[in-house]
Design a protein around this ligand. Structure first.
Ligand code: HEC
Ligand code: HEC
Ligand code: HEC
Ligand code: HEC
Ligand code: HEC
Length: 216
């Protein structure tokens, strides 16, 4: 019987199968890069705010403790946001005629809270709790980065599930002594493995990767 296809079509079909595999592989790679990219996660992108409030000034230069403004971070799921009165403790006297502070003085006069834009926000179907992390020795910088150097807060971490799990699988790599949780300068020591193992047993930390931990 006569050949229907010329012999060269064998090569052609091999080439096109090969090509398809590469193209599909390529698409997956692009997809994988994209879901981790700042376009999707917003990591490193400063969020505009109604007041140019600077953590670099207040935390880095003036050394104000996180808990002065995020008062419930040790005791509740929510870190808490400062009320306008908290700003006015200082700014009723300090820079009170600065145009930059005008939204703050207006808020104090009208009683309408300042509408801060959220920087870190998990979807509703994820449960998170600050107090357990803070009390088990996970520092603010581990999740929020060098806040003391940020004029405007920007995301330092993705908050993606893989990011949570990376720590939950092996918390010893990240935990620090409890009294260093608020420190902006603490760095893991060269023997973090030994320190982490000690703290994990001292603080009774377990590896929590069960779906119900975060989806309840
Ligand atoms: C003087 C008050 C004050 C102090 C002190 C302070 N913050 Fe804030 N923080 C704010 C205000 C106001 C905002 C909202 C504006 C913004 O996001 O920049 C905020 C926002 C944040 C956010 C982003 C919240 C979101 O929208 O998801 C993080 C994270 C944060 N602070 C961490 C810290 C840490 C860590 C410390 C201590 C090292 C600290 N803050 C100290 C007032 C303060
Ligand atoms: C414990 C005192 C204290 C508190 C509380 C405080 N600030 Fe300040 N703020 C300062 C000081 C000191 C400066 C000068 C900062 C510097 O240059 O280091 C400042 C500067 C500022 C400036 C810049 C003013 C300018 O004209 O340059 C803004 C805006 C501001 N604060 C907003 C806020 C807001 C909003 C809050 C409440 C969330 C707040 N501050 C709470 C002490 C405070
Ligand atoms: C294990 C990671 C982790 C640690 C440690 C952590 N945070 Fe957060 N923080 C988050 C996540 C996740 C959110 C978003 C929560 C949400 O959307 O429900 C958040 C949100 C915030 C907010 C916005 C208000 C809120 O509660 O949603 C502030 C303010 C904040 N963190 C401050 C702090 C401070 C101060 C510390 C240190 C004492 C700290 N965080 C430690 C992960 C962390
Ligand atoms: C750097 C480490 C670290 C990161 C990142 C982290 N966690 Fe945790 N998480 C811990 C530790 C440590 C505990 C305490 C475990 C224990 O007590 O056995 C914990 C406990 C929890 C608990 C409480 C479990 C319970 O039984 O009450 C929840 C919920 C939780 N984490 C959610 C999250 C979510 C959601 C994220 C990501 C947005 C996240 N965590 C990121 C270290 C981390
Ligand atoms: C340590 C906390 C944590 C645990 C444990 C966890 N998740 Fe998640 N999960 C998250 C967070 C955070 C997100 C949101 C991710 C985002 O917004 O990108 C998420 C998102 C999801 C989504 C939505 C799709 C996606 O990827 O965004 C699904 C489905 C899901 N999780 C299933 C599971 C299952 C099944 C398990 C158990 C094997 C599990 N999760 C365990 C934190 C957790």
């Amino acid at each position: 019987m006569a050949q229907i296809f010329h012999r060269s079509t064998n090569t052609l079909s091999r080439l096109s199968i090969f090509g398809a595999v590469f193209i599909i592989g390529g698409l997956f790679t692009v997809g994988a890069i994209l879901v981790r990219s700042p376009y999707v996660t917003n990591v490193g992108v400063p969020v505009p705010q109604p007041v140019l409030f600077s953590h670099k000034h207040h935390v880095g230069d003036d050394g104000i403790d996180c808990r002065y403004c995020h008062a419930s971070v040790e005791v509740s799921a929510f870190a808490g946001m400062p009320a306008t009165e908290t700003c006015m403790h200082c700014h009723s006297q300090l820079f009170n005629d600065s145009p930059m502070l005008q939204p703050v003085t207006t808020s104090a006069a009208t009683g309408l809270p300042i509408a801060w834009n959220r920087v870190y926000q998990l979807p509703d179907f994820v449960y998170f709790d600050h107090s357990i992390h803070v009390n088990k020795g996970v520092g603010c910088t581990t999740c929020h980065g060098q806040v003391d150097e940020m004029p405007l807060i920007q995301k330092a971490t993705s908050l993606q599930m893989t990011w949570c799990l990376e720590c939950h699988r092996d918390p010893a790599r990240f935990v620090r002594p409890r009294d260093e949780v608020f420190s902006m300068t603490w760095q893991p020591p060269p023997d973090q493995a030994a320190l982490g193992a000690k703290l994990v047993s001292e603080y009774h930390i377990t590896s929590k990767t069960n779906c119900w931990t975060c989806h309840r």
